[in-house]
Structures are given as structure tokens and as C-alpha cells.
Ligand binder design. Structure first.
Ligand SMILES: Nc1nc2c(ncn2[C@@H]2O[C@H](COP(=O)(O)OP(=O)(O)OP(=O)(O)O)[C@@H](O)[C@H]2O)c(=O)[nH]1
Ligand SMILES: [Zn+2]
Length: 307
């Protein structure tokens, strides 16, 4: 598994063992295939992991999930930043900085489209009541956990055990504080796995860190400092609706080209025929569709806005 990427050097752990770190370069036969944190790769050459050895990545396995970031001023291309994470922990402060609904909505959409299970993770619970924020997302039936400095972390660690979880959040929400609580020695671990590059570590690269726990059920968290917005440019409403089994079945009955926004745009949308919990969830998903149909440029501007 690729645990770090830094200027032409990929840190890979063998057999999921954090102590078997090998530094690798790309073999020519990979062509243009991107290799990102979380990728399962085949490596050949010197696999001892001794200093100054360099293995070669010859193959990238098919990805089970992808998290994409948007093109922005630091990078003109939409790119996959994390592969094969099965969960996305969306870290949001309840205050200081205040929660940004738009960011959370776009993160949710990116998770649904990429095949990751989103978890809302609320920090700074000592500064504000979570009720208002959680109410806004309650109908999506997502796991929501409190992870303030003063909160016990059992609920979070329980959800992360045995999973590969990407962590995203704006600067200042307390993500580093959380990572340091989840991964003892996180700073050193980050240094070890990302110190594999040719130059100084830049804190804009994603890095996978091992959670403590039994090796057979080891979980990993992938810290993603660089993501300010998500690659949603080519996403269709169906891509998001498809993440919900009951809704995916329902939209089979929609007219061709239905955007599932309901009347007046789509008066015959099958989501309106649902009942009970499915209807409630469908309306929450519809609200999400409306929210993320904004232009990515507008979103990325919001991302740059310090508050
Ligand atoms: N009141 C309060 N402050 C917190 C909590 N968690 C973190 N902080 C503070 O919030 C500030 C930002 O925390 P960091 O962990 O550095 O935030 P970050 O999201 O990693 O931010 P960057 O390092 O800029 O990416 C620090 O001053 C923390 O001490 C919390 O639960 N409650
Ligand atoms: Zn529809």
C-alpha cells in the first residue's frame, strides 16, 4: 500500500506492516498511470527498506474507491488524491472557524460519488452545541461523531478500526489535534513516511498513518492537508443518488434525463413516489444535489476565504 508520495518517491508498506516501509520509484512500464496514497501496488527490486535503497512500482491494482480534488491555482488538473479508502471522515469545527455547510455538502458528494462512506466528525464541541449542525444533515442518516479535545475518542476509534479512512477538513478545525490523539507519535510517523522524497517534506501531500491496534485488523488514517475542494466537475445527479441502495432502485422509474430535482424541473421524478424513511432520505439527497450543482470555481473561492 502506498503511504506517501513526495516528488518522485513513493513510500510503500509491504503486507500492511507499518514497519516494512520501502521507498520506490515508478517503473517506466506504468506509463501515465497515477500512483496515489492508498493505492495497492506491485513493487520489485530491493525490498529490504534499507536506507538509500529504491524499489520500483510496476503495477497499480484496480481501485475500489477514489477521492478526487478539483483543479485550483496550485494544480491545473482534477486529480485522484486518495485511493481505496472506504471511509471519509469530514472534520468540521462547531465554532472557530464556524462550520461551512457548503464544504461539507461537497465533501459528502465526493464521498458518495467515489464510493467512500462519509462520517461527520465534529470538533470544538466545547465551544458550540452540535444540535443545529447535526439537524441539517440528520436526514441523510450518516454517522455523526463528536471529537472535541474534551470528548472521549472511543466512538471515533471504534469507527476507524479495521478501515482505511481519509480525513479532510479546513485549516484550523482541529484535524491535527485529532490525528495526534488517534495516532500516537503521528508527527514522527508523518516524518518517517513522507521523508522519503528528495527534498524537504511539504505539508500539502497526503499521508497514510497506521492506527494502533492488532495487526490483523489494522486501520489506517489518510491525512489530506492539500484538499480545498473536490472534483465534482463531471458528476451527474445519478452518480450521487446511486450511493443509496433504495434510491438507486427508485430512479429506475424516472423519465429519461431526469435530474431528480423534483417539480417544476422534474415533475415525474420517482423520488417523489417514495414513502417513509426512503422519502425522507430522498429529499435530503435532493437538497444535496441542489447544493452541489454550483460551479466548482465558486466553491474554490469560498475555500480560500479565511472565514
Ligand atoms: N476549544 C477547542 N479548541 C480546539 C479543539 N481542537 C483543537 N483546538 C484548537 O484549534 C486550533 C487548531 O487546531 P489544529 O489541530 O492545529 O487544526 P488543524 O485543523 O490541524 O489546522 P492546520 O494545522 O492549520 O491544518 C488549535 O489552537 C487547537 O488547540 C477543541 O476541541 N476545542
Ligand atoms: Zn428522478
Amino acid at each position: 500500500m502506498v503511504v506517501s508520495v513526495d516528488r518522485g518517491r513513493w513510500g510503500c508498506v509491504i503486507g500492511g506492516d507499518p514497519d516494512r516501509l520501502v521507498v520506490a520509484m515508478r517503473a517506466r512500464e506504468l506509463g501515465r498511470t497515477p500512483v496515489v496514497v492508498g493505492d495497492q501496488v506491485s513493487v520489485v527490486g530491493d525490498l529490504t527498506g534499507r536506507p538509500d535503497t529504491l524499489a520500483r512500482i510496476v503495477k497499480v491494482a484496480e481501485r475500489s474507491t477514489v477521492l478526487r480534488r478539483t483543479a485550483d491555482d496550485t494544480d491545473p488538473y482534477e486529480r485522484i488524491v486518495v485511493a481505496n479508502a472506504d471511509q471519509l471522515l469530514i472534520v468540521t469545527a462547531l465554532a472557530d472557524p464556524p462550520p461551512r455547510t457548503g464544504f461539507v455538502e461537497r465533501a459528502l458528494a465526493a464521498a458518495f460519488v467515489g464510493g467512500l462512506m462519509p462520517i461527520l466528525c465534529l470538533t470544538k464541541s466545547d465551544l458550540a452545541d452540535p444540535a443545529e449542525f447535526t439537524r441539517a444533515f440528520a436526514d441523510l442518516d450518516l454517522p455523526i461523531v463528536l471529537a472535541g479535545q474534551a470528548d472521549p475518542l472511543d466512538a471515533v476509534t471504534g469507527m476507524l478500526a479495521g478501515h482505511i479512512t481519509a480525513l479532510i477538513g479546513h485549516s484550523g478545525v482541529g484535524k491535527s489535534t485529532l490525528v495526534n490523539r488517534l495516532v500516537p507519535d503521528a508527527d514522527r510517523a508523518t516524518g518517517v513516511v513522507s521523508g522519503v522524497g528528495k527534498g524537504r517534506h511539504t505539508s500539502t501531500q497526503s499521508v497514510a498513518l497506521p492506527l494502533p491496534g492488532p495487526a490483523r485488523r489494522r486501520g489506517w488514517v489518510i491525512d489530506t492537508p492539500g484538499i480545498r475542494s473536490f472534483g465534482l466537475a463531471h458528476v451527474t445527479p445519478d452518480d450521487i443518488v446511486d450511493a443509496f441502495d433504495d434510491l438507486r432502485d427508485a430512479i429506475e422509474d424516472c423519465p429519461r434525463g431526469c435530474t431528480h430535482l423534483g417539480p417544476p424541473a422534474d415533475p415525474e421524478c420517482a423520488l417523489d413516489q417514495l414513502e417513509g424513511n426512503s422519502y425522507r432520505r430522498a429529499m435530503a439527497v435532493r437538497a444535496l444535489l441542489v447544493a452541489v450543482t454550483g460551479s466548482p470555481e465558486a466553491d474554490s473561492e469560498r475555500m480560500h476565504d479565511p472565514h
